[in-house]
Design a binder for this molecule. Structure first.
Ligand code: TRP
Ligand code: SF4
Length: 329
């Protein structure tokens, strides 16, 4: 029996290079050796977007197209929408009965995201329950591994604690899942901060060559290299940080010494990066063109994924119901 891998993403919009490295490219590899479930966490999106829910459906669809373009294969992995598998909600409510409030209140993301999104009222029951819903997502498939970024580790830790508590109270049903942390290169955005949609500094998987070119040409560089003849320091330059992802070692060392001796200009250096990013995105774009030719089939593919997910989730729930309530006789 193959081990089970499960992960989800909130559908928040088009994917950029920061999503690709460490997350998506890792999922693409995992689907070769594991039974993989990947889903759009639309209920999770609703915990913060409840006042503007109208974009969630469209974002889900676009996110799936990005996933498929990046190489996620619905023939290999089960791709589904969280809200189409109601069993997640049922497990969530059962788990809520045994979850001490303090366990949720001390999850770091609870206060952090409230701080970050001060413009919204996140003093809601649903938002507090975010990591418990995530726990239900994970436990219902008996996932062995959950590939996530470090920020999600406390959520996986909670899932393990809840699994233990359930098993202790009612009987052994759930496995304790493990976080699968991957070496995630920090992908800088065009302004040197972490690449993020909300910073407006992202390069998207759907960007055209022209857009990529423009974004990279506008990138900030070593602030001490004001003129062409000023030597620069690549280690403080966001362009160079991107070279660390997209440019081979030999070429990158050439560029670094060219920068330090002012024998190349920033435009030369950026041109190399532009070519490499474009070359990198090329196969993703080609796959997208193919996918978009068959766009009408995507709802059917997702429906099939939902069906497969439901089947597994319902099997788990049959055991869970029986374990919690017993049978009538
Ligand atoms: N909280 C995750 C994130 O923000 C998304 C998510 C929801 C998830 N349910 C999950 C990830 C289950 C892994 C497993 O990225
Ligand atoms: Fe940055 Fe390249 Fe310019 Fe050096 S030459 S400052 S690494 S863009």
């Amino acid at each position: 029996m193959k081990k089970v891998v499960l992960s989800g993403n909130r559908p928040t919009g088009r994917l950029h290079l920061g999503h690709l490295f460490g997350a998506l490219d890792n999922w693409v590899k995992l689907q070769e050796s594991y039974r993989c479930f990947f889903f759009a966490a639309d209920w999770h999106a609703l915990t913060t977007e409840y006042a503007n829910p109208e974009t969630i459906k469209k974002n889900t669809f676009e996110m799936f197209i990005d996933w498929f373009s990046a190489g996620i294969d619905p023939e290999k992995s089960v791709i589904f929408i969280q809200s189409e598998v109601k069993q997640h909600a049922e497990l969530h409510i059962l788990l809520s009965m045994i979850t001490p409030l303090g366990w949720l209140e001390r999850v770091p993301s609870y206060k952090e995201i409230q701080q970050e999104l001060k413009d919204r009222d996140l003093n809601t029951y649903g938002f507090l329950g975010y990591p418990l819903l995530q726990t239900a997502d994970i436990l219902i498939y008996n996932a062995d591994y959950v590939p996530v970024g470090v920020d999600q580790v406390p959520h996986i830790e909670l899932a393990r604690e809840i699994a233990r508590r359930f098993n202790y109270l009612y009987g052994n049903v759930f496995k304790e899942p493990h976080a699968l942390l991957t070496e995630v290169p920090k992908v800088p955005g065009t302004d040197g901060r972490k690449m993020s949609k909300s910073y407006g500094n992202a390069i998207y998987l759907t960007d055209s060559d022209e857009e990529i070119k423009k974004k990279i040409l506008h990138m900030i560089t070593d602030p001490n290299r004001k003129r062409r003849l000023d030597p620069g320091e690549p280690e403080v330059c966001p362009v160079f940080w991107l070279h660390k992802i997209f440019t081979d070692d030999e070429k990158r060392q050439d560029l670094a010494s060219g920068c330090r001796t002012a024998s190349i200009g920033c435009v030369d250096c950026k041109s190399v990066l532009i070519n490499n990013v474009i070359r990198f995105i090329e196969p993703i774009r080609e796959r997208r063109v193919e996918i978009e030719k068959h766009i009408d089939e995507i709802p059917m593919i997702i429906e099939e994924g939902n069906r497969k997910a439901r089947e597994v989730a319902e099997k788990t729930m049959e055991v869970v119901r029986e374990t919690v309530f017993g049978s009538a006789r």
